[in-house]
Each structure stands twice: as C-alpha cells, then as structure tokens.
Design a binder for this molecule. Structure first.
Ligand SMILES: [Fe+2]
Length: 176
C-alpha cells in the first residue's frame, strides 16, 4: 500500500485560497460546462499521434476550465494540482483514474460520462485513457492551475514528491 509522504508544495498562499471556488461550486461548473455541448464540441480535437491534446475553454481569476482528449493508454503520471482543487467529468469514452489515499493506498476507478469527480488540493492521482475509443473530458481547477507536483513510489510503496512543475497546462505527464 502506498502512502503519501509529501504534501502540497509551499506554493499554497492565502490569496490563492481566498480566490478559490468551493468544491461544490467547482463540481457545479464542470457539470454545467459539460452539459453545454455547443460550448466545447466545436473546439474538440483528438490527439495527433502520441501527442496529448487539450485546450482551455475559459479562465478568470478564480477558475480555469479545460477540454481534453485522450487516446487509449495516454495518461499522466502520479501528480497533484499544487494549491488548486480540481474537478473533472468524462463526456465521451472512458478514463481510468488511479487515486492515492494516505490511509487506503491506491484505488483504481473507471470514470464514465455519468458523474463529476473532485479532488481537494494535494490529492494525488493519475489519469489515463481507457477502453478502445478516444475519451474526452472536461477539467476545472480553482484557483487556476499554476503548479503540478509529481510523485513516485519508493521500494516500500511510499510516495515521494519527485518534481514540481510550474504550469498552466492540465494533466500533463512529465516523467516519461
Ligand atoms: Fe490531475
């Protein structure tokens, strides 16, 4: 069983926390954007070759919202979203999510187009395309994404933060 030894990075700041949406608000935003297909379908592309694809749908000082597509097997690495909370939903296909928990270790989930998943700041997960068709998902971060921390397990299965990346691009895999 893996446990998280390293929490969110020191990038947490009070002004960011004050600007954040609540998890309920973030979930509601994702659900609303996903339901408004005219907002995201015209902008959708599938990944070209092995390259991941995403585009930002909107951003303000409290939240940024992204449209992502995934070929089967394309994924991230174990990461958190720095000081940002996150929520996402699948709007096409299937995603696999590996969620790390300090007490229960790793749990794998199949994410389908039927619910919105949320992550508090510091929660570590890994997301990848599942099934046989490309998947499409909508992700929101609040405060807007500015940092991702990457983790790797040691021989005993305990997670260690191995890299912090200042970034505005969502759900990247940088360890490959
Ligand atoms: Fe993520």
């Amino acid at each position: 069983m893996a446990t998280v030894l390293s929490g969110p990075s020191p990038a947490h700041t009070s002004h960011l926390i004050q600007a954040a949406l609540s998890l309920a608000e973030l979930t509601s935003v994702v659900r609303s954007v996903a339901a408004d297909t005219r907002r995201w379908q015209p902008r959708l592309h599938l990944p070209d070759g092995n390259d991941r694809w995403w585009t930002r749908l909107c951003k303000d000082d409290r939240v940024d919202i992204w449209l992502l597509s995934w070929l089967p097997g394309q994924g991230t690495d174990l990461h958190d979203h720095g000081p940002s909370a996150a929520a996402f939903t699948v709007v096409r296909g299937l995603l696999s999510e590996l969620r790390m928990d300090q007490r229960a270790g790793a749990t794998s989930y199949c994410r389908r187009p039927d619910s919105v998943i949320w992550l508090a700041p510091g929660v570590v997960h890994d997301v990848s395309g599942a099934g046989v068709e490309p998947a499409v998902s909508i992700h929101a971060y609040s405060p807007p994404l500015c940092e991702m921390n990457y983790y790797a397990p040691d021989a005993g299965g305990r997670l260690h933060r191995v890299r912090t990346l200042a970034t505005h691009a969502p759900e990247q895999g940088t360890l490959r």
